[in-house]
Structure formats: C-alpha cells, structure tokens
Design a protein around this ligand. Structure first.
Ligand code: SF4
Ligand code: SF4
Length: 391
C-alpha cells in the first residue's frame, strides 16, 4: 500500500517537473531560433482599384517587383506604369493570383531554412540508430524511456514545433483550403515522412515526432519498472471508437478549411507547446487535458485527432518492416497482449481484419519469453485459427 502510494506520488512529481521543464526550456530555445518557426500567419489582404498602376498596386500591398512580374506576366520595366485595366488581366484573376503568390511567399518566409535540414538530418540518424537497436532486441524498458526523452528534448524542446509529421498534413490541407496553393517543400517533407512509414512502420511517429514521443514518455512514467502495467490504471480505448473520432476530425479539418477558410486545429495545436509564447489560454486548457490523458491512455492525440496519424495508419498496412510473430515458437501466453500499450497485439493475434496503429515501440518484443516477436521485413502471417481465444 505504502509502496503504491509512493509510486503514484513519483508519477505525479515527474509529470509536473517534466511539463514545467519542457515549457521553460522550449521558451528559451524558441527565442534562440529567432521566433520564426511555428508562427501563425495572417490571412492575405489585398487593396486594389482598377485605375491603379501596377507599380502603385505593388507599393500599396507591399509586393516585390518579382511577384508583380509573375502575376501580370510583365516583360518590360515600363509595364509597371500600366494601369491594371491595361494589363488585360481581370481584377478577379489578379486577386486570385496575388493571394496565391503571397501565401506561398509568406509560407517561405515563415520557415527557418537552417533548422529544417538540420532536423531532418538528425531524424535520419536517430531513427537508424533506433532501428538497429530494435533489430538487435536491445530496447529494454529503461532504454525505451531514455530514447523517448532524448527524442522529445531534441526534436521538440531544442529544435521546436516545426517541422513535424502532423504539420505536413494539417498545414497542407489548411493552405490549400484557405489560399488554394500547395507549398512544394512541405510536400517533399510529407513524402519523406510517408517513406519512413512505408519502410519501417510508424518509426517517425514512434521515435521521431516531438509530440508523439512526449506523450509516450508521459505514458511510460506511469508504468511499473518493467513497463508492462500502469502504476495508475491505464485504459485501452476500442480502436473503432478512436479511429472514428480521428476520421471525423480529419473530415472537419478539411471541411472548415475549404468552406470557411479557417484552421480548425491551429488554435489548440499541441505541437505549439514547444513554442509556448504563441499558445492562448484555451490552447493551454486543451494541451493540459491532453497531457494528463497521456498518463492513462496511450498517445491520445495520435489515436484521436492527428491527421498524419490517420494517413500513416493507412500507409503502414503496406510497410516493409513491421512487427511479426513466429507462431511456431509462440506459446500463446499473451504476455505481449497485456504489455502492448494499445490493442494492436490483441488485434494481430485474434485475427482482427482491422489492426490498429502499431507504434513500433518494441514492448512486445521485450516481454516475449520465447523471442517469438521481431521487427522484420515481409508479409505478416495470419495466426493459426484456434491458437488464441477471442475475449
Ligand atoms: S500520430 Fe502522433 S506521433 Fe504521429 S505525427 Fe501525429 S502526433 Fe506525431
Ligand atoms: S504491437 Fe504493441 S507493443 Fe508491439 S510494437 Fe506495436 S504497439 Fe508496441
């Protein structure tokens, strides 16, 4: 009794210290990066009258000559003196073109072009290192905790909220819906993230995403020493429920962006906790609730709301490397089912047609007494029909 009280106090203590430290150090590093990344962008406003010259139009709206050249297809400097009417382009066309060009320009300006390649390079190194550790079965409860702490400190606290896997999907939908443009560098980032999912399951989510690893680290501080059960009880929500909420969130995000031109997630975006100065009070209420929930539910943001989570769950069905069970040596003790923080292992063993997101955490590999579980390439075999009883 005394022991469990002590354990619970430790969980609460760690939780509070961790959150306070993340906010404090994130503020420091966000300031260090010059406050560029993660900033919300103002909607594009354009002032125009038909008798304005192109040059005047540029000055009033603070547009560069280069941008004017793109919009009005100018061939000569003298064309700047033409009125908008004389260019032969309708005011609607001009507005639409400028809005698009300006949105792209703002997007480009809002990025930190030193930090982004640095972060991707570190992601690759870190993920390769974890991949090797998993293949060597070297991820123990202790190593897992250290890796999660290292990941959210490096990719979140130090390197900030942007870029992130979630941001690539969410911002792409919002930018397309609000300004009708696609930002090519973001599409490249999304392709890289999805490639990692195609190659090695949810590796980027499990070990690279700043918010994913932070939620996982919180979940693991509420686990007993061997990382098999919670100190406070932990709940596994049915996947049918969590995935339905996630699909509804995705649809609402797209609908609100395309119909009302708004970013539904922006105001409560939990990735912004790594840039605390831009989070409003209601944002903190949502983030606080999410982080407390992370003690009891495995990765609530990933399972309930994340747009990248939904896309990656679909792509992971085609992953080359994934969790596989050797049914010839498996003794059906189901220790992996108990230890899996989610309902994935249960789904695999009970031959469910729809298997939830596997975050490649390797907990099942560690607990299996016969070393029957591994992270390897190839098609996942179906278990023998009657080996595992359905509950
Ligand atoms: S599903 Fe989770 S880990 Fe993956 S991008 Fe979303 S927040 Fe990050
Ligand atoms: S099956 Fe469960 S325990 Fe195993 S790697 Fe996936 S999420 Fe982790």
């Amino acid at each position: 009794m005394e022991m469990s009280k002590y354990g619970r106090l430790k969980v609460v203590g760690f939780f509070v210290i961790m959150i306070a430290a993340v906010i404090l150090f994130s503020s420091f590093f966000a300031g260090l990066w010059g406050g560029k990344e993660g900033e919300s962008k103002e909607p594009v406003k354009i002032n125009m009258t038909a008798d304005m010259t192109v040059e005047e139009f540029g000055k009033v709206n603070n547009l560069s000559n280069e941008l004017l050249k793109e919009v009005f297809s100018l061939t000569d400097k003298k064309d700047l003196k033409k009125t908008i009417d004389q260019t032969g382009i309708s005011t609607e066309q001009v507005l639409a073109k400028v809005k698009k060009e300006k949105a792209l320009h703002e997007e480009f300006k809002s990025k930190n072009w030193f930090l982004i390649p640095l972060k991707f390079a570190l992601w690759i190194v870190f993920l390769v290192m974890v991949f090797v550790l998993i293949r060597k079965r070297a991820i123990t409860a202790r190593v897992r905790k250290i890796l999660y702490f290292a990941a959210f400190v490096l990719f979140g606290v130090i390197l900030g909220s942007d870029p992130s896997p979630m941001g690539t999907v969410k911002d792409a939908i919002v930018l397309l819906g609000t300004s009708g443009v696609i930002f090519p560098p973001r599409m490249i980032a999304l392709a890289v993230f999805l490639l990692t999912v195609f190659l090695a399951n949810r590796f980027i989510c499990s070990w690279g995403c700043q918010l994913g690893t932070f939620q996982d680290a919180i979940f693991r501080i509420n686990r007993r020493e061997k990382d098999r059960r919670g100190i406070f009880p932990q709940i596994k929500l049915p996947f049918a429920v969590t995935n339905t909420i996630r699909i509804i969130t995705f649809a609402a995000l797209a609908f609100i962006a395309f119909v009302w031109g708004l970013d539904m997630i922006g105001a409560v975006d939990p990735f912004k906790m790594f840039k605390p100065s831009v989070v409003a009070v209601y944002g903190w209420v949502f983030i606080g609730a999410l982080l407390i929930a992370s003690l009891f539910i495995y990765r609530p943001w990933c399972h309930l709301f994340c747009p990248f989570g939904l896309v990656a769950w679909i792509v992971e069905k085609m992953s080359v490397f994934k969790i596989q069970v050797n049914y010839d040596t498996c003794i059906a003790c189901e220790k992996c089912v108990q230890a899996c923080p989610s309902t994935v292992m249960e789904g695999i063993l009970k031959r469910d047609r729809i298997v939830p997101d596997c975050f490649s955490c390797a907990t099942c590999i560690e607990v299996c007494p016969t070393k029957s579980i591994s992270f390897k390439a190839g098609k996942r075999r179906m278990p023998p029909p009657d080996k595992y009883e359905k509950k």
